[in-house]
Ligand binder design. Structure first.
Ligand SMILES: CC(C)(COP(=O)(O)OP(=O)(O)OC[C@H]1O[C@@H](n2cnc3c(N)ncnc32)[C@H](O)[C@@H]1O)[C@@H](O)C(=O)NCCC(=O)NCCS
Ligand SMILES: Nc1ncnc2c1ncn2[C@@H]1O[C@H](COP(=O)(O)OP(=O)(O)OP(=O)(O)O)[C@@H](O)[C@H]1O
Length: 207
């Protein structure tokens, strides 16, 4: 079973992903893949430099992420161009990471913030699990993280699909605005049972 896990910024995707991982699923984190592709020497950097110029590079880190984030959040065309460079590469790496679990039938959870926005993802997964969240809670949780302001979280939310668009695409929706972590885990257990996903042995060495 291929599960697409999605939700807006700071909705609780990583928290939910950890639950699936502890339950033995193989986790594919597309944000992590995007970072890998754009680190120093990363596969996506030449195409990014060709499109945006070498001023978006950071001498040690690969990409100057804060600068590029500001650029793509204020210019939709630039955002689309960055996504057009990164998303096919992210998809190829995601498929490679998923391959071992595909062979043994282990459930695979793809954590994809932009699953609803990016059509290519919809046909790669059997079920879409949406972590829904009130916007006020997203803002509060997102801006509580080190280095993030309310304005930055708001800018990302404006660039992402609406709650209604996400709900329309989801097979199951959990509203994580007011659930305790225990209640969230109980809701996840109910979804897993409903979808017939059994627990798998956890392998220490898996990512
Ligand atoms: C613009 C970049 C360099 C900014 O990096 P930065 O370290 O500041 O942010 P980070 O990568 O941690 O992203 C934070 C959150 O922003 C959101 N986000 C990322 N990219 C986008 C986008 N193109 N549109 C809307 N939201 C986005 C996601 O919810 C993500 O969790 C980076 O986000 C990026 O490379 N984005 C394009 C890759 C992408 O589409 N990633 C999503 C995987 S589906
Ligand atoms: N049910 C909950 N109760 C309290 N805090 C929560 C709950 N769910 C998530 N959080 C907290 O909210 C913050 C955001 O959660 P998380 O990092 O899982 O979101 P995310 O969707 O993965 O974020 P991003 O979009 O930035 O990747 C974290 O600090 C997390 O611990």
């Amino acid at each position: 079973m291929h599960i697409g896990l999605t939700g807006g910024i700071a909705s609780g995707k990583s928290t939910v992903a950890s639950w699936w991982k502890a339950r033995g699923a193989l986790l594919v984190d597309t944000d992590a893949l995007a970072r890998e592709l754009t680190q120093a020497g990363g596969e996506a950097l030449p195409a990014i430099v060709q499109r945006f110029g070498s001023s978006v590079l950071h001498p040690e880190l690969g990409l100057d992420r804060a600068q590029l984030r500001q650029l793509v959040l204020s210019h939709e065309g630039a955002r689309r161009d960055l996504e057009a460079i990164l998303h096919p590469l992210i998809q190829a790496r995601a498929a490679a990471q998923a391959a071992p679990a595909q062979a043994d039938g282990r459930p695979i959870v793809f954590d994809v913030p932009l699953l609803v926005e990016s059509r290519a993802w919809r046909c790669q997964v059997d079920r879409v699990l949406l972590i829904d969240c009130d916007e006020a809670v997203q803002l509060q949780r997102g801006s509580a993280r080190p280095g993030w302001t309310v304005a930055q979280v708001q800018a990302i939310m404006a660039a992402q699909a609406s709650r209604a668009q996400r709900r329309a695409a989801a097979d199951a929706t959990l509203d994580n605005s007011r659930l305790s972590l225990e209640q969230l885990h109980q809701s996840l257990q109910a979804v897993a049972v409903h979808w017939g996903i059994r627990q798998w042995p956890v392998e220490e060495s898996r990512p």
